[in-house]
Design a protein around this ligand. Structure first.
Ligand code: PEP
Length: 275
């Protein structure tokens, strides 16, 4: 991704090309608006809302879309605290059904009712710990859409799969299986999160990221047509202030899903500013 000044020039050029395209009947696609989303996982108490407020104050009127996904118990209070700011609040998971006898679960409708605008679905920690497969993730995506939530759908290979040369095969199969056709025309994001990079401090190099993001883009266009060019493809896995600029400037990287480094406002803001 280019710095904002550079992107403004790109936007102006795209507007000019679009005017030209009207005459020549050629379509010029817009690029995705970057999204930086923080995944707090099972971290944070009521007192942590102060960190979210500090993020909202720090981002000001940024052109980057910024979201924080705290534990669901904090969504209500955080949404109130961030009302009127540029920072959106999201959930970390949602049940595929809207209501019922599912002890301990939370529905997409409840998340939306509490003020969430987005929801992370299919995170590898849930795929692993709760045996969530692509079919279930696709049902959860449908539930999110029923209640106006923007899904951030996670995909990513294990180290064994990468070492066996299967990263692209695994990731594109997850994209095909987890994204239902109902997403056509809707706002959503895909997060590429290699499992071996989550919370480990390890990251793929930019050519590796670009290879997978390119394959995800091609799959999205195959599934949803040219409109899928504007779907942000986020990178996630050990993004921190020191590596954010390099990763965020890789081709087809439309933002980041950030775990550990999203817990401290200063670190998260540094990542937002690296776009
Ligand atoms: C995540 O789990 O979504 C994640 C990206 O974690 P971390 O940034 O801590 O690797």
């Amino acid at each position: 991704m280019r710095p904002l000044a550079g992107r403004k020039r790109v936007t102006e050029t795209a507007a000019w090309l679009n005017r030209l395209a009207v005459c020549k009947k050629v379509r010029v696609m817009k690029s995705p608006t970057p999204l930086i989303a923080g995944n707090w996982k099972m971290n944070g108490l009521a007192s942590s809302i102060a960190e979210a407020k500090a993020v909202a104050e720090g981002v000001g009127a940024t052109q980057v879309r910024v979201a924080i996904c705290p534990p669901c118990i904090l969504i209500d209070r955080m949404s109130d605290a961030l009302a009127g700011s540029k920072v959106l609040v999201g959930g970390q998971d949602a049940h595929a059904d809207d209501a019922g006898a599912f002890t301990g679960d939370i529905s997409a409708e409840m998340l939306a009712d509490a003020g969430a605008k987005l929801v992370i679905l299919g995170h590898s920690e849930r795929r692993e710990a709760y045996r969530e497969d692509d079919e279930l993730v696709a049902k959860k995506v449908r539930a999110a859409l029923r209640h106006g939530l923007e899904p951030i759908v996670c995909v990513g290979e294990s180290l064994d799969q990468r070492n066996a040369g299967k990263a692209l095969e695994v990731v594109t199969a997850q994209v095909r299986g987890s994204l239902p056709p109902e997403l056509k025309g809707k706002a959503f994001a895909v997060a590429y999160e290699p499992i071996w990079a989550i919370g480990t401090g390890l990251t793929p190099n930019n050519p590796q990221i670009e290879e997978v993001h390119g394959a995800i883009r091609a799959t999205l266009v195959e599934m949803f047509g040219e409109e899928a060019q504007v779907v942000p493809i986020l990178y996630g896995g050990s993004v921190k202030p020191s590596n954010a600029a390099e990763i965020l400037h890789a081709r087809e990287v439309g933002g980041a899903l950030v775990g550990g480094a999203s817990l401290k406002a200063a670190d998260f803001l540094a990542i937002v500013r690296a776009v």
